[in-house]
Design a protein around this ligand. Structure first.
Ligand code: C2O
Ligand code: CU
Ligand code: CU
Length: 449
């Protein structure tokens, strides 16, 4: 009997049944932002792991800007090693993009200043140091960015950050028996991704989220290194998907599950007018299913919502007569890493030049290679693209809006339309499965006038 209780309490600790309230990252309003990248400790399931964070132990504040603002960000590096800070999904000059060329040395301050020059969207920021992106993100460097504009502010949808407008950063981490995690990938992890055995939401395991009810807007980011996730509710309920990576969908759509590859975002509206509990579940592709978040609603009725109100047209100018076409073959080369068009990333090589203002059509293919069928994705810096088709078929509604990252299952071919406007300089494109990116599946292009 005594043994039973010891076992019971150790299980309690291990599975964290004594749930904590969902942490909401602090909100910092633009245009002036200060971020310190620092070392910390993250406590999980009875263990404590060395971590990295922005202004804290793990993850970073949510930054909110309004279109038209001139952002002025001061980033201080107190990590004790070099890194970068990349603005994923942001349309900004190359020199402030924060890719592998904009290294912030240890102790240095980096001060990007740029115009917020894009539609309302949910974006994020994370390191992008050549060869170390996966490790730095894994240790905790990631945060959300919310862009608002006249359109988004006028919408009759939830806007109260942390109350009914909720950021959810989903990540998996691999805890050892002592409840610690560290980044130590082996060959298998590089091929299949450094996947975990626990699921974190905003840095916590299975937190509790108590609400009055009504309509709740979740901004969901798959912030994992390499885990493909299916997101759904335990009761199978529907939700309305209103935005993808780069902003509102041309047509919002009712769904009951979402597949998200690393780096992708969706905004959803969920009705909690019925009192009671429900859970958000995250199923990891090829591995386990996790309870991500426990929600309990007091059952306050939701105000009437017109599902068409968030619809925002999206097209790429001149896409029907674009003359510039490019092809990107994503290949898995086993022990030799990963390549795009037969090449692995080289900081000293520019893979192609793109003419500013000229619309392009890119065909991206995840090449099937016998036994090595690996899932990839394709992410482009600087702009949002439109998916023209996936294996020859037009995309479903939730993939018909602005995108900066697209999933490619083995054998998939995706065509996208995009145009690089306003800025010149060097930007990246890569697989956003971070172990692949760090092992060569990246290239760079230069936008030229
Ligand atoms: Cu989110 Cu080039 O990365
Ligand atoms: Cu990016
Ligand atoms: Cu990949």
């Amino acid at each position: 009997m005594k043994y039973f209780w010891i076992l019971f309490f150790s299980l309690l600790i291990h599975f964290n049944l004594t749930a904590e309230a969902l942490l909401i990252p602090p909100l910092l309003e633009g245009p002036d932002i200060e971020l310190t990248m620092q070392k910390g400790q993250l406590e999980l399931a009875g263990g404590s792991s060395p971590s990295f964070g922005y202004n804290g132990n793990y993850l970073g504040p949510t930054l909110r800007f309004t279109r038209g603002q001139s952002a002025d960000v001061k980033v201080l590096n107190k990590l004790g090693e070099e890194t970068t800070l990349h603005w994923h999904g942001m349309h900004i000059p190359a020199e402030f993009d924060g890719g592998p060329h904009q290294v912030i040395s240890k102790g240095d301050l980096w001060n990007p200043r740029f115009l917020i020059n894009q539609n309302a969207a949910t974006l994020w920021y994370h390191p992008h140091l050549m060869g170390s992106t996966a490790e730095h993100v894994y240790k905790g460097l990631a945060g959300m960015v919310i862009i608002e504009d006249e359109f988004s502010k006028s919408l009759p949808i939830p806007h109260n950050y942390g109350i009914d407008d909720i950021p959810l950063i989903l990540q998996d981490r691999r805890l050892n028996r002592g409840g610690k995690f560290e980044y130590a990938p082996g060959m298998h992890d590089i091929m299949n991704g450094y996947t975990g055995n626990v699921l974190l939401v905003n840095g916590q395991i299975e937190p509790d989220f108590k609400i009055e009810g009504g309509l709740i807007r979740f901004r969901i980011l798959n912030g994992s290194n390499s885990s493909l996730m299916r997101i759904r509710f335990d009761d199978g309920r529907n939700f309305r998907v209103i935005a993808s990576d780069g902003g509102f969908l041309p047509e919002s759509v009712e769904m009951n599950e979402l597949i998200m590859s690393p780096g992708e975002r969706f905004e959803i509206l969920v009705d909690f007018s019925k009192a009671g509990g429900s859970q958000i579940l995250a199923d990891l592709y090829g591995s386990s299913s996790f309870k991500a978040l426990q929600i309990s609603s007091e059952g306050k009725k939701a105000a009437a919502f017109n599902p068409g109100s968030t619809n925002r047209p999206f097209s790429i100018k001149g896409e029907s007569n674009a003359k510039t076409k490019r092809q990107f073959l994503m290949e898995t080369r086993g022990m030799r890493g990963f390549s795009i068009n037969g090449r692995t990333m080289d900081m000293k090589r520019i893979d192609f030049a793109a003419l500013r203002g000229e619309t392009e059509i890119w065909t991206v293919k995840n090449v099937r290679q016998g036994m090595m069928n690996v899932v990839h994705s394709f992410h482009v810096h600087d702009v949002q693209f439109r998916i023209l088709d996936i294996n020859g078929t037009p995309p479903p509604p939730h993939l018909s809006g602005p995108k900066d990252t697209v999933l490619l299952m083995p054998g998939d071919t995706v065509r996208i339309a995009l145009v690089f406007e306003d800025y010149q300089g060097i930007y990246m494109y890569h697989c956003h499965f971070l172990e692949h990116e760090d092992n060569g599946m990246m290239g760079q292009f230069e936008v030229v006038p």
